[in-house]
Design a binder for this molecule. Structure first.
Ligand SMILES: [Zn+2]
Length: 73
């Protein structure tokens, strides 16, 4: 798999989002923008990558009873 891991540069003055190959997980890469060494979290630890569990679908608000019938009268 050729997954790309997105990670934000921890440097407050940089904050660049870098895309690194998933093979770099657990390793350290250097930000190409500012040169800061960034530790790539292992799988499942990347907050940017974490996928929210699908929320249980709530039923939409109950529709108000249509009063189109009133038109007929
Ligand atoms: Zn940077």
């Amino acid at each position: 798999m050729d997954e790309t891991v997105r990670i934000m540069c921890p440097s407050l003055t940089c904050r660049r989002v870098l895309g690194v190959p998933s093979a770099a997980r657990g390793k350290t890469v250097r930000c190409r923008n500012c040169g800061t060494n960034i530790k790539i979290p292992a799988a499942g630890e990347n907050p940017l990558e974490s996928k929210k569990p699908p929320e249980a679908k709530k039923p939409a608000d109950p529709k108000k009873p249509g009063d189109s019938k009133k038109n007929a009268a």
